[in-house]
Design a protein around this ligand. Structure first.
Ligand SMILES: [Zn+2]
Length: 252
């Protein structure tokens, strides 16, 4: 077990002062209101984020309405057992979570990545403690050049810094320029990302036999996570867990 010291609260009040200063944005990214000293998100927006808490499906991490007993998995896990071991997400992909993800992605907000990573550290505590390597879902090369910022890479780097688990943004490569998944059906999403990822031969030694934690901003249909998982396992990873900031649930 690695010693993880994530703040017990979702607020930033327990972060060391110096860290809080570094991640201070001038306004709340959720609503653009000015925020008080020491806050990355205004308290109204924080309380609007629906954090995912147990009881959960032990495989997909989807929230259960009530405790079903140890080892009971969701209908989705029974019908469609994934190749990854477990998926966890910090929050339901609702309005505020969507705004945060959007700001992180399109506004180069490394300060937001910090805040989101803290929440992911709580939701993924066990997965992080059991990981040998953290790997972000990569962007296709031209998109990275265009945007200069991979949001999954920023989250992975923050989680790595906080936990001490190594991260490596180069072991997984996106080899196909996939369309944006927004507006696609589940089947189209699957088709869209099929064969999109690979572990280059030169990188296989870096993940051989390691339990890998795959990190992304949002888990939507699972098509991306599943395609990336297949590539990592084919590339030699011992097992794959998936940690995202938000996930789409049927009770959005
Ligand atoms: Zn706000």
């Amino acid at each position: 077990m690695l010693g993880l010291h994530w703040p017990a609260t979702t607020g930033l009040d327990r972060l060391p002062r110096a860290a809080a200063d570094l991640i201070l944005p001038p306004t709340c990214p959720g609503c653009r209101a000015a925020v008080a000293d020491g806050q990355a998100l205004c308290s109204r927006c924080w309380s609007g984020v629906r954090f995912i808490e147990p009881p959960l499906c032990p495989i997909y991490g989807t929230p259960f309405a009530y405790e079903l007993g140890e080892g009971i998995v969701s209908a989705e896990a029974l019908a469609d057992p994934p190749q990854f071991r477990r998926a966890r997400a910090a929050a339901v992909y609702g309005d505020i979570a969507r705004t945060l993800v959007h700001h992180l992605k399109y506004h180069d907000r490394p300060d937001l990545a910090q805040v989101m990573a803290v929440a992911m550290g709580r939701a993924g505590r066990t997965l992080i403690a059991e990981a040998g390597l953290i790997v972000p879902v990569p962007l296709y090369r031209w998109r990275l050049w265009q945007r200069r910022f991979n949001q999954a890479g920023a989250l992975a780097a923050c989680i790595s810094r906080a936990s001490g688990v190594r991260h490596d943004p180069l072991v997984l490569e996106r080899v196909k320029p996939t369309r944006r998944q927004v507006g696609l059906s589940a089947l189209q999403r699957e088709e869209n990302v099929r064969g999109a990822f690979r572990v280059p031969d030169s990188m296989r030694g870096r993940i051989a036999g390691l339990p890998v934690l795959l990190v992304d901003d949002v888990y939507t249909s699972g098509a991306t996570a599943k395609a990336a998982t297949r590539a990592l396992l084919r590339g030699g990873a011992a097992a794959v867990d998936v940690l995202t900031f938000a996930r789409v649930t049927s009770v959005n």
